[in-house]
Design a protein around this ligand. Structure first.
Ligand SMILES: C[S@@+](CC[C@H](N)C(=O)[O-])C[C@H]1O[C@@H](n2cnc3c(N)ncnc32)[C@H](O)[C@@H]1O
Ligand SMILES: [Zn+2]
Length: 274
């Protein structure tokens, strides 16, 4: 079984007759109608609605579904296609998966979708609800990446796209010989958007720190230009960590700019666990 109890860490088993998961100590968790599990106990919540808000989730979904980041998503899927383990299925976890765009793309571009066991985890319930509703073939949970409710060494590959995660948990969950795939912004990422906000735009640091027991085996830089319309520019802005710096005047300037071309720049780092 993939899951462990978030309260006592014992294995969680699904009762055949019901849609509930139980641990030996009788903590239980119901599968939601949309097929996801909420494994974030109330006592682990630091706020009522942790993680990205519903508005942020919608902005992200609209922007991503318009295909602006598809070349990067395809590159992720290609890496997964070329690193299939001999024992099937390949267990994959997308940590901080948001509304599930990359899980859907990995399935869509998979050479053998039937041999993937796709999981997504996010602390934002609204995002997991939206992810589960759109992809029945994947298993989604509401949980914190600081304490992930999965059995030790369950995963062949863990994906982390702009999401926080705890290094010890990453090491615990990936099998020996398993893979960690991290997406981080490259030096030119969203340069033209930043020019509206900062007087002197600085290159982004590209150093990607890895947990102690991982060795980098591949690094790909993917950059391309996008031309979002007025609303899509606002959605993109909302997805960035610098959105809070954009006051009404800056937002207006971004929207009014004619033929705005924005560079994207992604670093895909693949590492193997010893
Ligand atoms: C920048 S978004 C990236 C989402 C997705 N990977 C993507 O690129 O579309 C970061 C995500 O991490 C989630 N998040 C923030 N803190 C978290 C935590 N402690 N545990 C799990 N997810 C978290 C947020 O809810 C949000 O969905
Ligand atoms: Zn328990």
């Amino acid at each position: 079984m993939p899951y462990i109890c978030p309260i006592c860490q014992n294995p969680l088993m699904q009762q055949l007759s019901s849609k509930s998961y139980y641990c030996p100590k009788n903590h239980h968790f119901d599968l939601a109608k949309e097929g996801y599990l909420n494994l974030l106990p109330a006592q682990h919540k630091k706020s009522k609605e942790p993680g990205d808000s519903r508005a942020m989730m919608h902005a992200r979904r609209n922007f991503l579904e318009a295909g602006f980041y598809q070349p990067m998503a395809e590159a992720l899927a290609n890496i997964i296609n070329t690193h299939q383990p001999t024992a099937k299925p390949m267990h994959i976890l997308d940590v901080g998966c948001g509304e599930g765009y990359y899980c859907r793309q990995i399935e869509a571009f998979a050479d053998h979708p039937e041999s993937l066991d796709l999981h997504g985890l996010d602390i934002a319930k609204n995002a997991i609800f939206a992810a589960a509703k759109k992809q029945q073939n994947a298993r989604f949970v509401v949980a914190s990446s600081k304490s992930m409710p999965y059995a030790d060494q369950y995963f062949d590959l863990l994906l982390k796209v702009y999401a926080p995660a705890n290094e010890l948990e990453i090491s615990r969950l990936i099998k020996a010989g398993g893979l960690l795939l991290i997406v981080t912004p490259g030096p030119r990422h969203l340069w033209q958007l930043k020019e509206f906000i900062y007087h002197d735009v600085k290159d982004h640091a590209v150093d990607v720190p890895l947990p102690a027991d991982f060795t980098q085996i591949e690094s790909q830089r993917i950059s391309f230009k996008i031309h979002p319309d007025k609303d899509q520019r606002m959605a993109l802005l909302q997805m960035t960590p610098f959105a809070w710096r954009a006051n009404a005047e800056i937002q207006n300037n971004i929207q009014r700019s004619k033929h705005l071309e924005i560079e994207t720049d992604f670093i895909l780092t693949l590492a193997v666990r010893s």
